[in-house]
Design a protein around this ligand. Structure first.
Ligand code: 13P
Length: 251
């Protein structure tokens, strides 16, 4: 039985004041609402605040990207060791916004996956097709290519040490959610693809759904057999909404 995981992706939002208010709201509600593991992935500028607030709580935290390098002349980047220095457990890898706006390739994402593992971080490895790819009938090829890149670079055993987040690009920040059936179909495809290499890893790995998940649609999505939780954008910025999504993850 896979434990559900609900992770918030705050993206580039917040201030020290709003972060404090959000975390106070989450801490006040979290223990009573869910059996899922819960985490927030904050802007790196707020890692120290998040660590100070969440240490000793039931909520884990993480970063939103990691460098493939250990240290050195890489302006603006964050090393995995810097994230763990602030107690991070998770790091988002290959989010479609990084693929789209920063030109991250499958190969770079795979290198980031291994950089995260080298530092003991659990990668939240994001994959997903664009609307054009879905409508053009190449969705499965795209998903397979994204997954295979990590398997080829890191090996199937290391893939199994991470978490996959299926985030159809057309559902991110649009208010358009994949239907439970659409999402389940892709999650099952991802699991089957992994099972071709290793059935045990396929059975064990958590596959989260992301893309306009909110209190109104979370329960139905997370009731699907192969959906093991969510990666939540907009709704993770409001304590009540995020807690409601965490409640919906109860098994
Ligand atoms: P939204 O929940 O705002 O659609 O964002 C999803 C996402 O990109 C999480 O990583």
């Amino acid at each position: 039985m896979r434990q559900p995981l609900v992770a918030g992706n705050w993206k580039m939002n917040g201030s020290r004041d709003s972060v404090k208010a959000l975390l106070d709201g989450l801490k006040a509600g979290i223990s009573t609402v869910t059996t899922a593991e819960v985490a927030v992935c904050c802007p790196h500028a707020y890692l120290a605040d998040v660590q100070a607030s969440l240490s000793g709580s039931a909520i884990a935290w993480g970063g939103q990207d990691v460098s493939i390098h250990d240290s050195g002349a890489y302006t603006g980047e964050t090393a995995g060791s810097m994230l763990t220095d602030f107690g991070a457990k998770f790091v988002i890898i290959g989010h479609s916004e990084r693929r789209q706006y920063h030109g991250e390739t499958d190969q770079q994402v795979a290198e980031k996956f291994s950089a995260a593992r080298k530092n003991g971080l659990i990668p939240l490895f994001c994959i997903g097709e664009t609307l054009e790819e879905r409508e053009g009938g190449v969705m499965e090829q795209v998903i397979a290519r994204q997954v295979d890149a990590v398997i080829e670079h890191c090996g199937i055993a290391m893939l199994g040490e991470g978490v996959i987040a299926y985030e159809p690009v057309w559902a991110i920040g649009t208010g358009v959610t994949a239907s439970p059936e659409q999402a389940q179909e892709v999650h099952a495809f991802i699991r089957a693809r992994i099972a071709e290499k290793d059935a045990t890893v396929a059975e064990k790995i958590q596959i989260l759904y992301g893309g306009s998940m909110n209190p109104a649609n979370a329960a139905e999505l997370m009731a699907q057999m192969d959906i093991d939780g969510g990666l939540i954008g907009g709704a993770s910025l409001k304590p009540d909404d995020f807690l409601a999504v965490c409640t919906a993850a109860n098994r």
